[in-house]
Design a binder for this molecule. Sequence first.
Ligand SMILES: [Zn+2]
Length: 157
Amino acid sequence: MKELTITIPIKAWGNDELNNNDASLIAKAREATSRAYVPYSKFHVGAAILLDNGEIITGANQENAAYPSGTCAERTACYYAHATYPDAAFDTIAIAATGTDGKEVEYPIPPCGACRQALVEYEKLAGHPVRVLLAGRDVVYELPSVKSLLPLTFDSF
Ligand SMILES: [Zn+2]
């Protein structure tokens, strides 16, 4: 028997330490939280994806009375991004959230398992790691890839 360990490198940045491009992408994700449709959870999530053609696509969570029919911000953004620019590779995704108190969450909210699985497939299509920026009120986590959020990824192709 051999024991394996998986480590996830995370850089924790202060908002004032971010470079302009990352700060701008996070600002778009924060802005997108205002377009969430969340009558049930009241939890607003926004995502912004930078594509290699320079376009930035945003998405926000969209809920439905039939709960499973709703979609997270990350999948709203990534499906729209690929449906709009099928030839563009994802470069970076930023995710932000506003809690039920109307304020940005103190600590970053990572994507759910379903979104990780969806995003990792677009990372594979990109052919290179897609950086992940998870925004909180006072700290931003930077992960080097979607796969770092989903080790031992299910992969059928
Ligand atoms: Zn999700």
